[in-house]
Write a protein that binds this ligand. Sequence first.
Ligand SMILES: Nc1ncnc2c1ncn2[C@@H]1O[C@H](COP(=O)(O)OP(=O)(O)OP(=O)(O)O)[C@@H](O)[C@H]1O
Length: 346
Amino acid sequence: MITVRGVDIRVGARLLLSDVSFHIAPGDRIGLVGRNGAGKTTLMKALAGEERPAAGAITATGSLGYLRRRTRERANAERKAAALRTQADKMRSHVSTAVAAKNMARRADRMLADLEPVRRLEKVARIRLPEPAPCGRTPLGAISLAKAYGDHRVLSGVDLAVDRGSRLVVLGLNGAGKTTLLRLLAGRESPDTGRVVHGHGLRLGYFAQEHDTLDPARTVRQNLVSAAPHLTDGEARNVLGSFLFSGDDADKPARVLSGGEKTRLALAGLVHSGANVLLLDEPTNNLDPASRGEVLAAVGSYPGAIVMVTHDEGAIEALRPDRVLMLPDGIEDLWSPDYLDLVSLA
Ligand SMILES: Nc1ncnc2c1ncn2[C@@H]1O[C@H](COP(=O)(O)OP(=O)(O)OP(=O)(O)O)[C@@H](O)[C@H]1O
């Protein structure tokens, strides 16, 4: 699975590709068409990890991600080894530098010998996500939201615009109103003043910390199919497998699931529901490392918009937020890694 988001590629000073976004799922067949010099080969190199984009991001999950990392490491090592060899060639002819030249050439050889051979893909990425339903440019917004419980004012004057495919992380100390904001956006509660604005084509998916989106009496499979009714039996089985539910697990009632299993099931339903905006409240709570990895891969490659509350730095890395909203003040800013220090406090 590869997700390309807002990628710019420069060749020297020239901007060869600008704002390229698309998504490749396992089994997809894509033809790249363009005139000579349009950037087809450069884009292929970028997908393989040999070219770095000047802006935007290319992310790959599963064995594709592994392959891209190996390819990048190999390209770096080959560049360094070539530079060492060039330098060694220049120094070889002088008696005073001949020994150093020989050492440099040896170092270059060692650098290449240490590289793991680039392996062919052995299996495809496990999670295959459908495209979210089409929607307008800003599927979800909020205008001047305020909420109090009794005398306790939690939120006041919070404005928000969630653009298609955008990534927003909500940060704030305990009790700052993060869950309250997500509940207001999800329509689970009403604001005292202000309003939530639904844009054209909005399909909202809400992941609540308490898993109240699951029906405890229904089985794992039934819960998935009620969240994502378009799935065939075979697809539902594959989805459950990719979210680590195998064999008999599918027939268990949701009420017997552990906290981590409920999290996985709720997220499997959401990412396959056709939702184009996901509201995720602490989606990695209670997860063992394998489940957390699957969930983060799903979050990282989901092409719709996400509004996430989390105190998990790994979840932020997978999300790659564009913007941050700080509560209770409702201050919005472009995301910067400087905000990571605040994540564990949130
Ligand atoms: N139904 C309710 N009735 C009364 N007070 C509530 C209710 N829901 C939330 N609160 C209060 O509103 C404040 C904000 O709660 P909220 O759960 O939104 O905070 P949070 O930022 O998500 O906190 P945390 O990081 O601890 O999850 C808290 O003081 C909480 O006790």
